[in-house]
Ligand binder design. Structure first.
Ligand SMILES: Nc1ncnc2c1ncn2[C@@H]1O[C@H](COP(=O)(O)OP(=O)(O)OP(=O)(O)O)[C@@H](O)[C@H]1O
Length: 237
């Protein structure tokens, strides 16, 4: 039986103390299955990034339960173990602006994610090259980030996020800096990765031009789940 890769039950998160306290998320219950591409939408301040950062184990919940790939990672406290290792092994994170290291070329930006996980450099470069080819940006392997177009840089960043074969891929506004055509290419890739690697992809987005590309679109308002739709036109290409 297939089990969810991401599960949150009754999760809450606030910031600050006393009068300055902001309840960013309240009573969030959701789960996402392998192969599923889920969008998180909602007005500014509705809690989208907070939710993504909780799933990434970058922020600690105040209450509830967080389970990743069948393992309870937070319930009242973090489960014992190395959080950084968990993040490196299970989670790939894609940012709005690619966050590539400016002093490394495309291939070494990807290879670094592998060497940090103990893969020898030559092997890391070989695998990085394969990934760049998979994302159709292999020709730019030796280009420095400043010489890449926005779409190319975002694909290199996706390659980096995928380097360790994470089952959970989190993306914060991955298409915000891209034109419509490049945004669709990024969504094609994310859908393909979800399908081929049985991964769950969770994407925070304001970008209406990609709303139809999600299996499920969850709408947040004031830190709560307000709507959940299944865009009917989402198709794999
Ligand atoms: N580190 C923090 N310290 C204090 N308040 C925070 C912090 N991070 C988020 N918040 C507050 O929590 C609420 C939710 O913020 P969050 O960034 O998750 O919203 P968002 O939906 O991602 O917004 P946007 O679309 O503008 O990125 C907001 O009121 C925000 O001001």
């Amino acid at each position: 039986m297939r089990a969810p890769l991401v599960e949150l039950v009754g999760v809450a998160k606030g910031f600050g103390e006393g009068e300055a306290r902001v309840q960013a998320l309240s009573d969030i219950t959701l789960s996402a299955m392998p192969g599923e591409v889920v969008g998180l939408r909602g007005p500014s301040g509705s809690g989208k990034s907070t939710l993504l950062n909780l799933v990434a184990c970058i922020l600690e919940p105040d209450a509830g339960l967080l389970r990743l790939a069948g393992e309870t990672v937070w319930q009242g406290r973090w489960a014992p173990g190395d959080l950084r290792a968990l993040r490196r092994e299970k989670i790939g994170f894609i940012f709005q602006f690619h966050n590539l290291l400016p002093f490394l070329d495309a291939i070494d930006n990807v290879a670094l994610a592998l060497t940090l996980n103990g893969v020898p450099l030559a092997e890391a470069r070989r695998r990085a090259r394969d990934l760049l080819d998979y994302l159709q940006v292999g020709k730019r392997a030796s280009a420095m980030p400043a010489k890449l177009s926005g779409g190319e840089a975002q694909r290199v960043a996706i390659a980096r996020a995928l380097a360790n074969h994470p089952r959970i891929i989190l993306a914060d506004e991955p298409t915000a800096a891209l034109d419509s055509e490049r945004a669709q290419v990024v969504m094609d890739l994310l859908r393909r990765v979800a399908r081929e690697q049985s991964a769950t992809v969770l994407v925070v987005t304001h970008d209406e031009k990609i709303f139809s590309r999600f299996d499920r679109l969850i709408g947040l308002r004031d830190g709560r789940i307000e709507t959940e739709t299944r865009p009917s036109t989402a198709e794999d290409v």
